[in-house]
Design a protein around this ligand. Structure first.
Ligand code: SAM
Length: 261
């Protein structure tokens, strides 16, 4: 849908965008097509979208005959999309239980993420969608510092380690605020995370919880909060006084493997 069609859909359905849900609807057809193309989904894939809104991306997937399911928190928007025949789960995604949406069946995922809840949504998608080969996200441009943060930096935390463990990060392109109705206050960017060929490590929810524990007291040494890491650090020849923010994603993986062996 272009800008006129988006505004007309909103007017016809009496939709006033809810800022509490981060509702900024994408209305630039070129960007919509570019995002769907980046997902590289085929008719054999099952796509999961978080936050379909009024269906900017969802419609484009359907136009390409791609099987898509979407999770939407806003009951009204979910109802309109359901009435149009879309497969919608009405829920706050951060609270959705795995048994209520079969996450392992999805092979591709996409979200124009509501910015107020970016980290929990990305963490949950990576933790739950264990068979997903590619994730495409629209995020606030400024948030990329946290997603692609490097060890030792202030921004480095569970989200950056999880993303790096999930796959290869790419910043694809910038999306100006004028491409949305209403326009957000910040510039956005589209990013992708792609699983590496042959990578057998799956960063699931247990791994996400482990990372959260590791970073709970980032200024203190890791073994204060995670005492079982002491022996594993020794085996890896890493100083037992190290802090979580100093460990690389590869070291986190190795540590986790030893602790759970
Ligand atoms: N995908 C649409 C687009 O590109 O135009 C809408 C994107 S809008 C930025 C974010 C959408 O996520 C809204 O429809 C909002 O209601 C929904 N949303 C916000 N918080 C959510 C949550 N916790 N779980 C599921 N959907 C959520």
């Amino acid at each position: 849908m272009n800008r006129e069609e988006t505004i007309s859909y909103m007017n016809n359905h009496g939709i006033l965008p809810e800022s509490k849900f981060g509702q900024n609807f994408l209305c630039d057809e070129e960007i919509i097509e570019a995002i769907v193309e980046l997902c590289s989904a085929t008719v054999d894939d099952k796509v999961l979208e978080i936050g379909p809104g009024i269906g900017a991306l969802t419609r484009e997937f359907r136009a390409n005959d791609i099987d898509i399911t979407a999770v939407e928190i806003d009951k009204r928007l979910a109802q309109y999309l359901s009435e149009e025949g879309f497969n919608i789960v009405v829920s706050d995604y951060t609270k959705l239980k795995a048994e209520d949406y079969e996450p392992s069946k999805y092979t591709v995922a996409v979200s124009n993420i509501p910015y107020y809840v970016m980290t929990p949504i990305m963490m949950k998608m990576m933790s739950d969608l264990t068979n997903c080969r590619k994730m495409t996200f629209m995020v606030e441009d400024a948030a990329i510092d946290r997603i692609d943060a490097k060890p030792g930096s202030k921004q480095y935390g569970p989200l950056a380690v999880m993303c790096s463990s999930y796959g290869d990060f790419e910043r694809e392109f910038t999306v100006p605020s004028g491409c949305f109705v209403p326009a957000p206050h910040t510039t956005s960017a589209v990013i992708t995370l792609t699983r590496r060929a042959g990578d057998t490590f799956v960063p699931d929810s247990a791994y996400a919880q482990f990372l959260t524990r590791c970073f709970a007291n980032r200024r203190k040494k890791l073994t204060n909060g995670v005492p079982e890491a002491k022996e594993a650090l020794g085996k890896l020849d890493i100083d037992s006084n190290i802090r979580a923010e100093q460990l690389t994603p590869e070291q986190f993986k190795a540590l986790y493997a030893i602790i759970n062996s």
